[in-house]
Write a protein that binds this ligand. Structure first.
Ligand SMILES: Cc1cc2nc3c(=O)[nH]c(=O)nc-3n(C[C@H](O)[C@H](O)[C@H](O)COP(=O)(O)OP(=O)(O)OC[C@H]3O[C@@H](n4cnc5c(N)ncnc54)[C@H](O)[C@@H]3O)c2cc1C
Length: 446
């Protein structure tokens, strides 16, 4: 590797960080996982990314590509391999004011995008956290606060600039390399390094946003009424229901209903939110008008030794009552995992199921469980979590790759139903036959 590194050094414009360097410790870790890579490369240009990819391929070492570094399995680092950290490619530029086209560097974070677009009165529906990367989130889906009105983040993607496993730069959009474009929208980082994303942003106003809390004893009725309301409410409403939030007291914590109303009309907000307020005994109501960018929160970097285990599955319309009944019961029980239920439907479900590699278009809800703590705590919680998922199994389908700590074969199979997987594997064979980009929920070349 050393000889190859010497060659790379000659014209690499970014940073090359090796063990012993001052920055090595911070450059080796992601939000959740500490690694010990042989080298971390931080490209400063697309040419640097090409050089870094060629170097990694020649070195024959494991490769991790890091966007925002938030993948739960810690895809953005490794032990003994190469990390390409895209943090230096983070520009956000409105490139077409009339069509609201925005070019975003492959290593930008959503906080940066929201802040850059706010002065233009624009936003892209993304996620709920500033420090999450545009790369990782867009490539698997992107379930944010405008998801029911504007769809997933990947539904706003109109083109991608990609450095392939062979080190070439190609464009992927609806006309050019359209099959690659299909795969990039849901298939994760399997197909190349996206150095720039072009999105069609949405005009945005301030939005009504906040949390309404109810006693956990009313969980069953509140969750059921919430799901019924979502089915008929205007698509301006996107919502998340949380139960057993560990930061608010675990199983005795109140049920939290977060609402985001995409608009600044108080009458529309009242029409949308008042039925939720009437679902039970409101303990607290923080819904207020605020800039869209202020709805995003900061991610917390987990201290060394703290693990965060998350798992998810989709719920179709017919299974909503049973699934929410189980969630309400499980969330109020002793040693419950943190359970979050995200609303989908709306614009997400209007996209044909095979238009992108994100397959679960018809789901109404996404259930996510999370356990956080040192290894013994996580291990102790495992039987309870298994039992919750065992009960949910007949009522849920697949998994969202963005909320999956495990990356075993069954997780890949859950994220990508068979037909989707087969099509992804064919695209993989064309663009990455040697499986250089394997640090993800990996699709093997067909
Ligand atoms: C605190 C927190 C909050 C979250 N909130 C949401 C949410 O509201 N909605 C939601 O949908 N998801 C959410 N997620 C899940 C999130 O979408 C995934 O964790 C995602 O993988 C993070 O992307 P990243 O770029 O930060 O991560 P990374 O670990 O850097 O990358 C994740 C994967 O994408 C690949 N990748 C990243 N950038 C590129 C690129 N430019 N080109 C090619 N491959 C790339 C990496 O190789 C890796 O395989 C959240 C996660 C966390 C930890």
């Amino acid at each position: 590797m050393n000889a190859a590194l010497e060659i790379l050094r000659r014209d690499f414009g970014g940073d090359i960080i090796e063990p012993g360097a001052e920055e090595y410790a911070s450059a080796s870790r992601t939000m959740l996982v500490t690694g010990s890579p042989a080298v971390v490369l931080r490209p400063g240009s697309v040419g640097d990314v090409q050089a870094a990819v060629r170097f990694a391929a020649d070195a024959g070492l494991a490769l991790s590509v890091r966007g925002g570094g938030h993948a739960f399995p810690g895809f953005g680092t490794n032990d003994g391999g190469v990390v390409i950290d895209l943090g230096g490619l983070a520009d956000v530029e409105v490139v077409d004011k009339e069509r609201h086209l925005v070019r975003v560097g492959g290593g930008a974070t959503w906080g940066r995008v929201a802040a850059a677009l706010a002065p233009h009165g624009l936003a892209i529906s993304s996620g709920d956290t500033r420090s999450v990367g545009v790369g990782g989130l867009t490539l698997v889906g992107g379930i944010g606060w405008k998801v029911r009105k504007h769809g997933l983040a990947l539904d706003s993607l109109v083109a991608a600039e990609v450095v392939t496993a062979g080190g070439q730069v190609v464009r992927a959009d609806a006309e050019e390399n359209s099959e690659l474009f299909w795969a990039l929208r849901g298939g994760g980082g399997n197909f190349g390094i996206v150095t720039a994303f072009t999105f069609a942003a949405h005009p945005t106003t301030d939005v009504f946003f906040g949390r309404i809390t109810f006693p956990v004893s009313e969980a069953a009725a509140v969750l059921r009424g919430w799901a019924d309301h979502l089915r008929t409410a205007p698509e301006e409403l996107t919502s998340i229901a949380n139960i057993a939030n560990p930061l608010a007291g675990g199983p005795s914590a109140p049920v939290e209903i977060y609402v985001a109303v995409d608009g600044d009309d108080p009458r529309l907000a009242a029409e949308i939110v008042d039925p939720i307020r009437r679902l039970g005994t409101v303990i607290d109501d923080e819904v207020a008008l605020r800039p869209y960018a202020d709805t995003l929160v900061d991610g917390i970097v987990a201290p060394p030794g703290i693990r965060l285990v998350t798992r998810s599955a989709f719920v179709g319309e017919e299974s909503v009552p049973e699934a929410l009944g189980i969630v309400a019961e499980a969330g109020a029980a002793e040693r419950a995992p943190f359970i979050s239920v995200r609303s989908l439907g709306g614009a997400v479900s209007r996209v044909p199921h095979d238009a992108t590699a994100y397959a679960y278009r018809r789901a109404e809800l996404l259930v996510v469980t999370t356990v956080v703590g040192p290894a013994p705590v996580v291990e102790a919680a495992r039987p309870v979590v298994e039992s919750v998922w065992g009960r949910l199994a007949p009522h849920v389908d697949g998994a969202y790759a963005g909320f999956l700590t495990s990356a075993a074969e069954e997780d890949v199979a859950a994220a990508y139903p068979e037909r989707t997987y087969r099509r992804l594997a064919a695209v993989k064979r064309q663009w990455d036959p040697g499986n250089l980009f394997a640090g993800n929920h990996n699709v093997r070349p067909a």
